[in-house]
Design a protein. Sequence first.
Length: 174
Amino acid sequence: MAADAHAGKTLEQRVREIEDRLEIYNLIASHPPTADTGAGNYAASVWAEDGVFDRGAEFPQPIGRAAIADGSSNPEHRRAIECGIAHFAGLPYVRITGDTAFAISYLQILVPDRLGPVFDVPNHGSSRGFHVHRVSANRWEFVRTDTGWKIKRRTLRSLDGTQPARDILAGALE
């Protein structure tokens, strides 16, 4: 952030902005462990009541806190967890404007490599390793509520060379 971005702001305003940013970082950082454990109740607690989770045309688009939480705990997702799925999020770019905010981030979905050769890493055990199943661009939209920041909308698109994912990433450069 440029030094002049703080011009005219009180210390209280600057501290609130830092606290808001940290809360938003934590919301995004909580997604991988929530998804990888199927913690539907936690997922429900971080979404706005009318939240929208848009993963593109090939996936269902749940609307509302309960529907989004069900996605974390449904049988298909449970099978993915049992297969070792791991969500790995990158550090987001965050922009806060009053009581709304957005963030742009990357998300990798890793899965165990069941076919590769077993190899040893000194002091870290043996494994076949992992492979990257998908990398996506994410746009998170947030709203401040009486109980803190909530996710209002999340849009993600696979980084497969098509324009929609690049459009999401360009949002960090506006």
